[in-house]
Design a protein around this ligand. Structure first.
Ligand code: G3I
Length: 367
């Protein structure tokens, strides 16, 4: 049995919990940012007013040009995640220079509305822009560009970002580590350790996350991610939190989401439900009534909120929706729109709350 350094009077029963507790000691107090103003709405308090944890939403500068969008986002949410404009595909120009106009605008919007910012992502197998592609094979040059990029981006937003996805989607659907231009030039796990160390040096107070998807429906993938987290921590990666994207269909088995959150939380680190949406798309012709599908969606949202709230307070980083209104969802874009019109998030196309909104509000409500 081991002592929990964060809570001396508590015994630790597992190596994971000990590893996480040691890291949690050094990681930022996720409540370091001022709690958002309590914005009392005429008639009813908003989600951000009543939630006991930060509630986030992904956002882009293009969507902020819509006044109705801006107002709804600022009224209901206390955190934002840039949907794509804080990723290497946006920031790294072909000539190797960086552009920060859009991420700076999103950070400024958040500051104006007393919202936290969660950054995604410092590394991701999916994006290798030309500035890196042309260095493929020249490992010293590729690594120099990698170090320069991670340090510059994490350093620019020091003190303005509550947390970063440092490593995004490292595990393939079969549980193997993904290979990419990044792993070929930097080492499969070495670049992950280095990314966490560089981000920590650049912004010591940011909570640094590893983030992945299908943690609910693929327990073997979840177990592989957890083994990776153990290895990375043992190699010195200052992992401060674990993100579970939680993109699920309405037919996700009840209990899957809660089981995933509880399992990932066994390290004792903060948990971020980082990209929640509950999709109507199914693999088969779906003749169910809309009301029935909305109810299933609300039940899964409530399960998510309840599981996050069941964690110790220091492990409740945030719950982030991946889209404000149904019309804003990535699932409305090709190729996903081939499955028909989806309705995956809290607000309908007109911005009216759906049963899922009420479920999240009740589940995250301060007791
Ligand atoms: O709107 C611009 C357009 O003006 C520009 O001409 C064009 C040039 O490529 O880009 C357009 O922006 C696109 C943006 O979505 C807005 O639609 C980007 O190309 C496109 O890359 C971006 O895709 C995002 C994707 O991640 C890749 O970054 C999606 O919005 C975003 O929802 C998706 O989010 C991912 C998470 O990061 C990881 N988990 C899965 C999730 C869904 O795929």
């Amino acid at each position: 049995m081991m002592q929990d350094p964060a809570f001396p009077n508590r015994e630790i029963t597992s190596r994971r919990a000990f590893l996480g507790a040691v890291l949690a000691l050094g990681s930022c107090d996720a409540t370091r940012f001022p709690s958002p103003d309590l914005e009392v709405q005429t008639g009813s308090a908003s989600l951000r007013d009543t939630a006991a944890v930060p509630v986030g939403c992904c956002v882009s500068t293009a969507r902020l040009r819509d006044t109705a969008y801006r107002d709804l986002l600022a009224r209901q949410f206390s955190q934002i995640t840039p949907e794509w404009e804080m990723k290497v595909g946006y920031i790294a120009r072909d000539d190797g220079s960086f552009r920060f106009d859009a991420p700076d605008a999103l950070v400024a919007f958040a500051a104006e509305h007393r919202m936290r910012v969660h950054g995604t992502t410092l590394t991701w197998y999916k994006h290798t822009p030309p500035a890196f592609q042309r260095l493929d094979g020249d490992r010293p040059a590729f690594r120099a560009a990698f170090v320069r990029y991670v340090s510059a981006v994490a350093g620019r937003y020091r003190g303005k970002i509550s947390g970063w996805d440092v490593v995004n989607e490292p595990v393939d659907d079969d549980g193997a580590l993904r290979t990419s231009t990044w792993t070929r030039n930097l080492g499969a796990e070495d670049h992950m350790v280095e990314a966490f160390q560089l981000a920590h040096e650049a912004d010591p107070d940011a909570v640094l996350f590893i983030n992945d998807y299908d943690m609910e429906s693929k327990p073997a993938k979840r177990a592989a991610l957890m083994r990776l987290v153990e290895r990375l921590i043992a190699k010195g990666a200052p992992i401060g939190g674990i993100g579970t994207q939680t993109h699920v269909p309405i037919d996700e088995a009840p209990g899957d989401i809660g089981a995933a959150i509880r399992d990932l939380a066994s390290f004792g680190l903060p948990i971020h439900v980082s990209e929640l949406d509950v999709s109507f798309r199914g693999a088969r012709l779906d003749l169910r009534m809309r009301e029935q599908k909305l109810a299933l969606q609300a039940d899964l949202a409530r399960e998510t909120a309840d599981a996050l709230m069941a964690l110790p307070e220091r492990q409740r980083y945030a719950l982030t929706m991946w889209g404000l209104r149904d019309q804003d969802s990535w699932l409305r874009s090709p190729p996903f729109d081939q499955f028909g019109v989806d309705h995956p998030v809290l607000f309908d196309d007109a911005g009216a709350p759906k049963p899922m909104y009420d479920a999240i509000k009740l589940g995250l409500g301060r007791s």
